[in-house]
Design a protein around this ligand. Sequence first.
Ligand SMILES: [Zn+2]
Ligand SMILES: [Zn+2]
Length: 492
Amino acid sequence: MVGKLEIKIKTLTPLWTGGVDTTMDRIHETGLLGSLRWWYEAIVRGLGGYACDPTEHKCSFDADKYRKSKALDERQRLREAGLCAACQVLGATGWRRRFRVEVRPLAGEIDFTEGMFPSGRVHYDRRRNYRVGGWLLRGGYFGNLELRFTGEERVLLCEILPTLLFIEQWGALGPKTSIGYGVIEIAEIKIGEQVYERKQGDLRIQLNELVSRKCQESRTGKWWWSRKSSPESIYQGVLPAITNMFFGKVRFGATDSDWWRNFSEIQWLQFGNIAEDEAHWTGEESQKPQGPYEISRILPVARMAHWIRRHHVFPLSPIIRTRLRYGGSDVASICKGNGESDWCKFVFGTVEGYGPICGYCGTRVREDRRVRNQWWCSSGRASLASDEIVFEGKRVQSKVRVSWAYRTNDNRWEFRLWGWLPEHTQSDNHQQQRGEFLHKLKQSIGFPSQLQAFTVCWFAKQKNEKPDDFLTALLGECRGQESYRDAESTGN
Ligand SMILES: [Zn+2]
Ligand SMILES: [Zn+2]
């Protein structure tokens, strides 16, 4: 049955979808679809289904196999014809996406600001003596937009809608989420002619009666609408799955409207440079030039003041990321080796692949002498298959994503921190390293002293927690300050 689904979205942090060259001329569907696929795959894997590795392009539709399949279930039939659960919905070679999507900007604007947000780290540079490190931040789309889906009703209501609602609750939409873009709020959902508004209450509850009956055959739909999940097996592997993900929200108060100006990064931007004693020189001591170090192409502070006033957002993510990785005056770094150990690069990402590396911990691996075609990770003390390895030349993505800060309805501020760390139950060492890291991460995320009276809401599956329990817990919200509870304390 052909259905229509229209979703009105409000951006909480700017939406970035990429575009021609590096500027964003309009909101591009492709950027949104890529992100939708990423989340849908993670959900499928977490619920015990199979979603291929999109970088491997493994799936393609074989019409002959489809005809010959004896499976009664359509999904199973497509699986036998060569399509994983994600490709069945989002398309693969020979198989078209099951829906069409059209993006309509409503009240809003694209902000073309672009500039450097410094990290405080200064690197050696042969040509200019030094280079000030940091992030190139851009504006993006601020405001409201509408996504209009047409396609199989079953797909829209049982697969796409739960994915978008999950993104709204815990994640972000679009390709640049590691540096904080794309936190959204769904304001309104229209199914056929029926309208459901956020301001009328929880959308899941409003929609439940209509939708849950239709989605009993869908893993995603049944989990989301009926709170029923029963993965036969828990996902084992190095790709993101909601069961190996962690989700945090930090809410804090602001002393006054200038709270954000106290960060040293903002002061550097104000001056246009970093004083020698405040910079962290990463090169050899003998090559260190005299400060202060000039920041080229600075992100204008006046622009940030505008973002705060008009859109109630502040690019907090680079600040949090730097503190977590490298430490700071008020927090110890959560990874060793000055933030440059293999583990840190693995967790926070690096541009150059330094592989082949272990997909669970980032340690360089060598061929396993005892088992053919296997690899050996010395730090996990484990033998790994080639699909558990990240090979050289492949970019190591950041597994930790931090959003910008956005103002909440109760006039406080909030940011999200989420990501994934693959679980490897066959290796105690890997499991221990993962557990310790997540523990430290949770302890550290609210730290910078400028964040007043913060509360942390945190969800990560505990080592012995049943996947069903965790999957159900994820359907709950952190509501208000008092219930910004620690999910872990109830998990064990
Ligand atoms: Zn696939
Ligand atoms: Zn390893």
